[in-house]
Write a protein that binds this ligand. Structure first.
Ligand code: FEO
Length: 131
């Protein structure tokens, strides 16, 4: 079963690029989660982990650029949230490729919990400014 399902009610921001990128992000996360919790090859999990993190980094940069372009007042707090998740992801990525960590059920739930708070709280807040 998919870890995350995008719905406009729960995750819609009223900003088309963000909604499209969030749906793609959920798809990459679901693929990684399915592989990691169904015993896929470690190399396959690693490739999916790298793809997800690269997409997340690009997505955050896109949002930050748009927020700055519009002079959005919540930019600094929003960017701090992004930076914290990127640091957590980079640490996991390094440890995974060193054979010191795995993508587990707990990792999937941690990312889901983060997104379930971040998108409704932080991303929806830029809707009126960026939409
Ligand atoms: Fe869509 Fe602020 O992440």
């Amino acid at each position: 079963m998919a870890l995350m399902t995008w719905t406009a009610e729960q995750y819609g921001t009223n900003v088309s690029f963000a909604d499209e990128e969030h749906q793609k992000l959920f798809g990459l996360l679901n693929t990684l989660y399915d592989q990691a919790t169904n015993g896929a090859d470690r190399s396959q999990v690693g490739a999916s982990l790298d793809a997800l993190i690269a997409f997340v980094v690009d997505h955050f940069a896109h949002e930050e650029k748009e927020m700055q372009a519009k002079g959005f007042a919540g930019y600094e707090a929003h960017k701090a949230e992004h930076d914290a998740l990127v640091a957590t992801c980079a640490d996991l990525q390094t440890k995974f490729h060193a054979g010191e960590a795995d993508v587990t059920e707990e990792v999937g739930q941690m990312v889901k919990t983060w997104l379930d708070k971040h998108i409704p709280t932080f991303d929806k807040a830029y809707g009126p400014a960026l939409g």
